[in-house]
Design a binder for this molecule. Structure first.
Ligand code: NAI
Length: 418
């Protein structure tokens, strides 16, 4: 049975086919356990009424060795057909036509949101005094920005052509060292911004979260990142007038009727369950995440900012190695949930691989499918194990009373505790 999208709703049958990419390196060691744990959680939650039918699809080194290509068309077709899938880490091909398999998958399915939820698990070592205050969901735009890959290398004929155009037709005089500069283009569109911010607001509403913060550098890059901020606010006010209260409105009320009236309007809005839409400059945001992380809940940001922010926040809760992630197109329903780390060639075969990044991505997948109970069981099991000091080597060695377990021992304990 296929997962399908009907109007705004995902329709998930009781026995959906879910394609999975095992992954290279430690992918082989973690993926079977992740499937085993997800199956057990689903079985316990729905007494056999629901069950995932896993369908292996090939990508990466395994695909290259078996069928001679890094990303077979059948794999893309399977993800296209079944909407939802999960993947282990993939070796990046060196000197091949494809720059990165992850990027290829994202582009093929136009997965425009990179979603990274960040939270702390009690017991996990962190550099913060109050890691429990960090609980954010990062919505990173996945298809635009300086990451779009539109660039020309210094000294090439293409670069000369672009430079001539900029100088002669656009009167650009600000390139400091034109003869030796490489150039890149940063596209940021209304549509790209709106679909990202819309997804972030809908997520906040669904999960009853208090705010969505637009993180940008619009003070410097006025039309691109400034556009992101402007279009983001406009979308909130146009599409969610009854469910959001924006910083814009707050400032307008303050100007017209004074601070007290603005605070009163804000309090009325948040107590009635409206989501507060605000913005912050990216550098101030990074400071604030350390100084007052409790002020942030859902983050909507551009591609490059989102890349930095995801790793900083994950590191703050000690979870860089176990952070989950997903790439999603909320319009078509397509979503690929993934381990966010690489293939860890240095520990392959040592029984040390931590399955939690992929496992927590599996939890995100279950939530996306509406199978929250199964996801909740896995999260609760991990909470319990970490708080007792049980973990794989990467985490156990930093825990106060860490009890190191191998990949399979840890996975079995997760199942026992479901
Ligand atoms: P990596 O993430 O594979 O490893 C960095 C360090 O973290 C290593 O010391 C490794 O042992 C450790 N580590 C990573 N995952 C772990 C886990 N689950 N449990 C315990 N320890 C873990 O990054 P690296 O070495 O830069 O890349 C290796 C390969 O992976 C490259 O081919 C790279 O292109 C690819 N890669 C793929 C990604 C993906 O498919 N999403 C993401 C990042 C890298």
């Amino acid at each position: 049975m296929q997962v399908t999208k009907e109007k705004d709703r995902l329709v998930v049958p009781n026995r959906p086919v879910i394609p999975f990419i095992e992954g290279d390196g430690i992918g082989k060691e973690i993926t079977p356990h992740v499937r085993r744990i997800v199956d057990a959680a689903v079985d316990r939650s729905y007494s056999g009424k629901r069950k995932i039918t896993w369908q292996e699809v090939l990508a990466g080194e395994k695909a290259f060795n078996e069928v001679g290509t890094w990303l077979p068309v059948e794999t893309l077709e399977a993800f296209r057909t079944h909407l939802i899938g999960i993947k282990g880490p993939l070796t990046t091909p060196v000197g091949e036509g494809i720059r990165s398999l992850n990027v290829a998958l994202r582009q093929e399915l136009d997965l425009y949101v990179c979603l990274r939820p960040v939270r702390w698990f009690k017991g996990v070592a962190t550099p913060l005094l109050h890691p429990d205050k960090v609980r954010v969901a990062i919505f990173r735009e996945n298809t635009e920005d300086i990451y779009a890959g539109i660039e020309w290398a210094a000294g090439t004929p293409e670069l000369k052509k672009v430079l001539t155009f900029l100088r002669e037709e656009m009167s650009v005089t600000k390139i400091r060292f034109p003869e030796t500069s490489s150039l890149g283009v940063k596209p940021v569109s209304v549509e790209g911004t709106e679909r990202l911010v819309r997804a972030a607001i809908q997520y906040a509403l669904q999960h009853r979260l208090p705010s969505v913060t637009l993180v940008h550098k619009g003070n410097i890059m006025k039309f691109t990142e400034g556009g992101f901020k402007k279009w983001g606010y406009a979308l909130a006010e146009r599409e969610f007038p009854d469910h959001t209260f924006t910083e814009h409105t707050f400032n307008r009320v303050k100007e017209e009727r004074g601070l007290e009236a603005a605070v009163e309007a804000y309090n009325r809005a948040v107590t009635s369950g409206k989501v507060f839409i605000k913005d912050v400059i990216a550098d101030a945001f990074l400071q604030n995440t350390l100084l007052k992380p409790e002020e942030y809940s859902v983050i909507a940001t551009l591609n490059l900012n989102g890349d930095y922010i995801s790793d900083q926040l994950a590191a703050m809760v000690g979870g860089i190695g176990i952070a989950p992630g997903a790439n999603i197109n909320y319009q078509t329903g397509h979503a690929i949930f993934e381990a966010t780390h690489g293939t860890a060639p240095d520990i392959v075969g040592a029984g040390k691989a931590n399955p939690c990044s992929m496992l927590l991505s599996g939890v995100m997948m279950l939530e996306y499918m509406g199978w929250e109970e199964a996801g909740g069981r896995i999260t609760a099991s991990l909470e319990s194990l970490f708080s007792q000091g049980y973990a794989t080597a990467d985490l156990a060695r930093f825990m106060e009373e860490g009890k190191e377990l191998s990949t399979s021992e840890f996975s079995s304990k997760v199942i026992e505790n479901l």
